[in-house]
Design a protein around this ligand. Structure first.
Ligand SMILES: Cc1cc2nc3c(=O)[nH]c(=O)nc-3n(C[C@H](O)[C@H](O)[C@H](O)COP(=O)(O)OP(=O)(O)OC[C@H]3O[C@@H](n4cnc5c(N)ncnc54)[C@H](O)[C@@H]3O)c2cc1C
Length: 405
C-alpha cells in the first residue's frame, strides 16, 4: 500500500464514470480543464437500456456539443397515451405540451460522452474505497482497491446511489422506495409501427410503459411494488423476462409481445432509491473542495424521468462555476494556479445554483412515488393536494434552463 506522501497528485478527480461523471469530465474538457475519472467497472456501463430526455436535458446536451449527434437515432415523442385498465382499454392521447422529448439508448449516451474525452481521462477498474482529508494541503486523499492513493485538489463524487464521497460529506444516505422497475429494449427489425407516443397502461399498482427509440427499437418498463424475491430474480435475465410477462398477464397482448421481443441482455430490475427532499434542504453539498453530483446527490424515483437530465445540468453548472473561478484567479484556464479558496467558492456557487432546482425535482418525484406505492386514500389525497398547490404545471420541470457552459 502506498503511503500518503507517495500519492499521485491530481487537479480535478471525478469518482464514477456514469452519465454524470462523464458529462462533468466532458463539460470541463470543453472549458479547457483536464480531469481524471475513476470508474470501478471494467468498461462503460449502460444498465437500464434507454432513457427519456426532456427539453432541459436536450439543452444541456446541446451545450455539451452532443445534441445533434444523439438526435439522429431517436424519434421525437409527440405526446402521451394513457390507458387505465380498470376503466377499459381506451387510449387517452394528449400532446406533449412543451418542448422536446426523446428516448435514447443509454449506451449511445455514455459512448458519446466518453468519445470526446482526451485519451487517459477515464481509468477503469479503479474502485475508490476511502476518502480522507490531507490536513496539510486540504486535498482529498482517495484510496483505491488496487492500493493506489490519489490526492485530489478538487473531488467530485458522481458515484451513484451508494456514493462513498457523499459519506465523506456526512449527508444522509439515500432511502429505498417500495417500488421497482424492470426495463428492457425490444427490437422490431421490420419496424414496430407504433405511434411516437409515451404510452402507459396502469392497473392497480402495476404500470407498463412503452416509448419508441427509433423505427425499429422500443424501450419498455414495468413499475410495480418490490417483493423480497426480486433480489434474486434481478440477477438472472431469463427470470426477469418470465417475471415481467407474469406481472402483466392482464395487460394488452401487444405489450406482452413487446417484452417477448426483447433482447434478454438489455433486461434489468432495480428497486428505486431516492434522496428525501428535506435532506437536500438541510444537507451541505460541499466540504472543503469536495462535492457530489448526479444520483449521488439527488437520486429520485423516475416518475418524472429527470434523474439523468438533472445530472447533465449538474455537469454544466459545476464546469461553468469552476471555469469562472479559475479564469478570475489567473486570467487563463490554468487550473494549477487556482487556489483552494477559489475552488471552494466555485463549489459554493454550484451548490447555490442547484439547490432549489433539485429540491423541486426531488419533491415532485417523491410525491408521485408516494401516490403510486401507497394504498392509503388519505396519503393519496394529501399528495394530490400538494401537487395541485406546488406543481400545478406538472411538466414545468422540463422548461428549466441550466444556462450555458
Ligand atoms: C428505473 C429507472 C428509470 C429511469 N429513467 C430515467 C429517464 O427516463 N430519464 C432520466 O433522465 N433519468 C432516468 N433515470 C435516472 C437516471 O438513470 C440516473 O439519474 C442517472 O443514470 C444517474 O447517473 P449517475 O452518473 O449520477 O449515476 P450512475 O449511473 O449510478 O453512475 C455511477 C457510476 O459510479 C461508479 N462508482 C460507484 N461507486 C464507485 C466507487 N467507489 N469508485 C469508482 N466508481 C464508482 C459506478 O460503477 C457507476 O458507473 C431512471 C432511473 C431508474 C432507476
Amino acid at each position: 500500500m502506498k503511503k500518503m506522501n507517495e500519492a499521485e497528485e491530481r487537479g480535478i478527480v471525478i469518482v464514477g464514470g456514469g452519465i454524470c461523471g462523464l458529462a462533468t469530465a466532458l463539460a470541463l474538457h470543453r472549458k479547457g480543464i483536464r480531469s481524471l475519472v475513476l470508474e470501478r467497472s471494467e468498461c462503460l456501463r449502460a444498465t437500464g437500456a434507454a432513457m427519456t430526455i426532456r427539453a432541459n436535458g436536450w439543452r444541456a446536451l446541446d451545450h455539451l456539443g452532443l445534441g445533434s449527434l444523439l438526435r439522429k437515432d431517436s424519434v421525437h415523442i409527440d405526446g402521451f397515451g394513457t390507458m387505465k385498465l380498470d376503466q377499459g382499454t381506451k387510449l387517452a392521447k394528449s400532446p406533449l405540451s412543451k418542448g422536446e422529448a426523446r428516448c435514447i439508448r443509454r449506451s449511445d449516451l455514455v459512448e458519446a460522452l466518453a468519445k470526446d474525452l482526451p485519451h487517459g481521462t477515464i481509468r477503469f477498474r479503479c474502485h475508490v474505497i476511502s476518502v480522507k482529508l490531507d490536513p496539510v494541503t486540504s486535498y482529498a486523499v482517495l484510496e483505491l482497491n488496487n492500493g493506489i492513493v490519489i490526492k485530489a485538489k478538487v473531488l467530485i463524487g458522481c458515484d451513484g446511489v451508494n456514493s462513498i464521497v457523499l459519506r465523506y460529506l456526512r449527508m444522509n444516505p439515500t432511502k429505498f422506495s417500495a417500488t421497482c422497475a424492470i426495463r428492457g429494449l425490444a427490437s422490431y427489425p421490420e419496424g414496430h409501427g407504433f405511434d411516437n407516443l409515451f404510452t402507459i397502461a396502469i392497473k392497480e399498482q402495476v404500470a407498463v410503459g412503452r416509448v419508441p427509440v427509433n423505427d425499429t427499437l422500443v424501450y419498455w418498463f414495468i413499475t410495480r411494488l418490490w417483493i423480497p424475491t426480486d433480489s434474486e430474480m434481478s440477477r438472472n435475465q431469463e427470470m426477469i423476462k418470465m417475471s415481467s410477462i407474469k406481472a402483466i398477464k392482464d395487460f394488452p397482448e401487444e405489450m406482452k409481445q413487446t417484452i417477448q421481443n426483447s433482447d434478454q441482455s438489455s433486461l434489468s430490475c432495480l428497486r428505486f432509491r431516492y434522496r428525501a427532499p428535506w435532506d437536500l434542504i438541510l444537507g451541505s453539498f460541499r466540504k472543503g473542495t469536495v462535492t457530489v453530483a448526479g444520483d449521488a446527490l439527488h437520486a429520485m424515483s423516475p416518475f418524472i424521468g429527470q434523474g439523468g437530465s438533472a445530472s447533465l445540468e449538474d455537469a454544466i453548472v459545476i464546469a461553468r462555476c469552476l471555469a469562472q473561478k479559475i479564469s478570475e484567479s489567473n486570467g487563463n484556464m490554468v487550473f494549477e494556479k487556482c487556489t483552494v479558496d477559489k475552488c471552494e467558492e466555485a463549489l459554493d456557487q454550484y451548490a447555490k445554483e442547484r439547490r432549489m432546482r433539485l429540491i423541486k425535482l426531488s419533491m415532485q418525484s417523491y410525491l408521485l412515488n408516494k401516490m403510486f406505492e401507497t394504498s392509503s386514500l388519505v396519503v393519496k389525497l394529501f399528495c394530490i393536494l400538494f401537487m395541485a398547490v406546488f406543481f400545478r404545471d406538472s411538466a414545468g420541470h422540463s422548461q428549466f434552463d441550466c444556462g450555458h457552459l
